[in-house]
Design a protein around this ligand. Structure first.
Ligand code: HGY
Ligand code: MN
Ligand code: MN
Length: 423
């Protein structure tokens, strides 16, 4: 695909982006799941998630956008184009958050998309193609693993039937949680199947580069690969006071040896500090002070820009864990994987061209964080727009960004959407 032209219409749409309206809506959507420390806890398919979606549906109605959904609960706000049969251009991100998440991760891309649609309307523009704003279901994967469920089903990378039986820590299934969501957001028609012509997502960088270099826009070229695994270590419950060390099969001590050994192996294999290895969840059973742990379950989040490195290093995990088991059987399971992805050069050029036409400082950048755009990139020409966040902090209640940067990214988004929807 050759890059579309960024004509006067594209610039007119950008000119209608309203910084204060954008900020106001971001603060309003942050009320849903607001925590006492300035962040949000709006987990997938929760009551807070449903309330935020109802707010989106209200805004859609006020802007004359059609609100639709699908069987995995993705929320679509559709602006008709001149040619109703044309494949839509899509933009969006996610409304679900981490348990101690920030106001901007995901929500920015959804609210920026809404602001861009309103700006396009206020510029009096009719685009050739429809434009759809989407809030993807369960991007974070915190309550239900894996993440990116909504975009994964939409892109045909995940089968809904495989996801519905999965349960959260309380034993609630995706199916039951979805039923609750549909009940809380009734009356949304099903989106007719239509592959997008292109997809573009605005997001905070969730890293320090743009802020450190004083750049306003990140022209995202792609996303590093990621893989999630779980490790289950089985020991034997025993009395803390009467069981000698030699007679113990202590699942916790085995699991901690495994984590330390993995950290050492990966650090040795990665002197330039490129790979990202995280154990974010660590559950002990029966979790009692005076019982030797019988079972430990922990998660591994592994990221790297190169597929071969992911394959090689993740391939070593089971052996490293077994070597530390000392009589505690261990089961390592891969639960999800997204290969490194490179975005479509024409969409990337559209974002860069919009930043240039709008005289915004920008740089090319690769994404360390995962996004729904990774699934969309397997379906259609895809790109992303980054804006700085304070100190690169994210997945943290202190996450912050400035109204000016957020508005600048939204102007690039509005211009890019018009250009893509008119080609
Ligand atoms: O985990 C991620 O990279 C994304 O922020 N959910
Ligand atoms: Mn995100
Ligand atoms: Mn996130």
């Amino acid at each position: 695909m050759t890059p579309p032209t960024l004509d006067d219409d594209a610039l007119a749409a950008a000119g209608r982006v309203d910084r204060d309206r954008l900020w106001q809506r971001l603060m309003e959507i942050a009320r849903f799941g607001a925590t006492g420390r300035g962040g949000v806890n709006r987990q997938a398919f929760s009551a807070e998630d449903a309330a935020a979606r109802r707010q989106m549906a209200d805004w859609a109605a006020s802007l004359g956008l059609h609100c639709l959904t699908d069987r995995i609960g993705n929320l679509y706000l559709r602006r008709p184009g001149r040619d109703p049969e044309a494949a839509p251009v899509m933009t969006g991100s996610h409304l679900d958050s981490q348990p101690t998440g920030g106001k901007f991760d995901g929500a920015y891309g959804v609210i920026a998309g809404l602001e861009a649609l309103q700006a396009i309307a206020q510029a009096g523009l009719e685009t050739a193609r429809p434009i759809e704003l989407v809030a993807w279901s369960n991007e974070e994967g915190s309550r239900f693993q894996p993440g990116c469920m909504g975009s994964g089903v939409f892109a045909g990378e995940m089968a809904l039937a495989d996801l519905l039986p999965l349960v959260d820590a309380e034993g609630i299934s995706v199916e039951a949680a979805l039923a609750g969501l549909f009940e809380a957001t009734p009356g949304l028609p099903a989106r007719p199947a239509a592959a997008p012509a292109a997809y573009i997502e605005a997001h905070i960088e969730q890293g320090p580069i743009l802020e450190r270099e004083g750049r306003t826009i990140g022209v995202v070229g792609g996303v590093q690969g990621m893989r999630w695994l779980t490790v289950e270590v089985t020991g034997e419950a025993a009395h803390a006071g009467t069981t000698p060390r030699a007679a113990r099969r202590d699942a916790l001590k085995a699991a901690t040896r495994m984590v330390v050994a993995l950290e050492a192996a990966f650090a040795e294999a990665d002197p330039e500090d490129i790979l990202r290895f995280t154990v974010g969840r660590f559950e002990v059973e029966p979790n009692s002070p005076n019982t030797v742990p019988a079972r430990v379950f922990f998660t591994i989040d592994f990221r790297h820009p190169e597929a071969a490195a992911i394959e090689d290093l993740c391939g070593r995990i089971e052996g490293i864990c077994r070597a530390q088991a000392q009589g505690c059987p261990v089961t390592v399971t891969t639960i999800s994987g997204l290969p490194p992805c490179v975005f479509d050069p024409a969409v990337v050029a559209t974002v860069r061209g919009a930043a240039e036409r709008l005289a915004l400082s920008h740089r090319d950048i690769m994404s360390g964080a995962g996004h729904d755009a990774m699934n969309l990139a397997r379906l259609c020409p895809t790109g992303m727009i980054f804006v700085p966040c304070e100190a690169g902090v994210s997945h943290n209640e202190a996450e912050n960004a400035t109204p000016d940067d957020l508005a600048a990214g939204t102007r690039v988004l509005a211009a890019s959407l018009v250009a893509l929807a008119n080609r």
